[in-house]
Design a protein around this ligand. Structure first.
Ligand code: G6P
Length: 371
């Protein structure tokens, strides 16, 4: 009923709007007396100190949450982090031992490939930490420790609020590792955590601007394909934007690392093709920003219709943006938490304009428990 959907036409929009709470609830209780706490009973500081390599294994949107967190975890901890599709990881011969931490990310905690990846990792004696949104599900039951995301039940088949919560949880894993290893001082950990704790407010700000994005979505309903480009943390955001569009609008969509443009994707650019570009902050990452401006000018010169997500006050990108979606200024490593939100809305609105059921896209299941 409309009441269940909080007055919205579909659950997904309600769940998109619940993202500030999902983030805040996931962070709550994990910073106590100046320390980041994961799962006190089951993963000690000593366990974390012994870790010399991290794998994140997951499927779908949860996999993208790992790709986002990799940038921060490597930067904070100086540990190598590999992010793998669970369905690939489990059939490879990954190099694991008791000092490997495997983070298994799953909203449902029941995804077959992720569960098998957990079993595979434990057979090799690796320590497994589940990041899960469902109390007592199979994946946390079979893991050494669990960090719950508190996004609440998610009805929409395509993940939204659990994605943001997974990113927050993965980042807390990074902070806990940095704290145990001493690669960051206590005051730096506190600063990073506070920045994370400010993100629900930043997401709320983005939600205040989505009406324009909905209009934009309706105007793209007849597009044949949409490309998504990003660099650095904007790259996994581009992948997630493209996945959402495929899932909901059944449209051909692909995400690319902007640096790869000349290695293929630029051949796809033709008159009127919508290209969504996730811009880094001009202040936070000036070099990347300049490179992206040059990428956009190249594709615009070839006729692309550019839809640019950029930090508010980013004047340099304006001349190259046929459409501009402004984002609040936030720390670079956390930008995916705000940049993803307009892309979720865009996909949902394009799907709706095409007459599709946003909450139950064809051929997809909320949780894939058979391979
Ligand atoms: C399905 C859902 C996705 C989800 C993926 C992984 O494909 O439609 O939204 O990201 O499964 O699910 P999990 O429960 O393991 O996070």
């Amino acid at each position: 009923s409309a009441a269940e959907k909080g007055g919205h036409e579909y659950f997904m929009l309600k769940e998109i709007e619940e993202q500030p709470e999902a983030l805040a609830d996931t962070l709550r209780g994990h910073f106590v007396d100046g320390r980041v706490i994961l799962d006190e009973q089951r993963m000690t500081d000593q366990d974390l100190r012994d870790v010399d390599k991290v794998f994140v294994v997951a499927c779908g949107t949860a996999y993208h949450s790992g790709l986002v967190a990799k940038y921060a975890i490597e930067h904070w901890t100086r540990l190598p982090v590999e992010v793998e599709l669970a369905s690939e990881f489990r059939y490879r011969d990954p190099v694991l031992d008791r000092d490997t931490l495997v983070v298994a990310v799953s909203q449902s905690g029941e995804t077959a490939d992720t569960l098998e990846a957990v079993r595979h990792a434990r057979e090799q004696k690796a320590r497994v930490l589940a990041v899960c949104n469902t109390n007592g599900a199979q994946i946390p039951r079979e893991s050494d420790a669990v960090l719950y995301t508190h996004a609440g039940p998610e009805v929409g088949v395509a993940s939204t609020k659990t994605f943001l919560a997974q990113i927050a949880a993965n980042l807390m894993v990074g902070l806990a590792l940095a704290q145990a290893r001493g690669t960051k001082y206590a005051d730096e950990i506190a600063r990073e955590f506070n920045e994370l704790a400010a993100m629900p407010e930043a997401v709320r700000k983005v939600l205040g601007t989505i009406e324009r994005v909905r209009d934009l979505g309706r105007s793209l309903a007849d597009a044949k394909a949409v490309l998504f480009l990003g660099r650095h943390v904007g790259y996994p955001v581009a992948l997630e934007g493209a996945l959402k569009l495929k899932e909901l609008a059944y449209m051909h969509a692909e995400g690319f690392a902007a640096g790869e443009l000349k290695h293929g994707p630029i051949a796809l650019i033709e008159e009127g093709l919508p290209v969504v570009i996730v811009m880094p902050s001009p202040k936070g990452r000036a070099v990347l920003h300049a490179k992206m401006v040059s990428n956009i000018s190249e594709i615009q010169a070839r006729g692309a219709h550019t839809i640019v997500l950029a930090e508010e006050g980013d004047e340099a990108v304006r001349p190259f943006a046929d459409e501009l979606i402004e984002l609040p200024a936030v720390p670079t490593l956390l930008q995916p938490l705000v940049a993803t939100v307009p892309l979720q809305v865009l996909s949902a609105e394009i799907a709706r304009a095409r007459g599709y059921d946003v909450d139950k896209p064809r051929n997809l299941a909320k949780s894939v428990t058979v391979e």
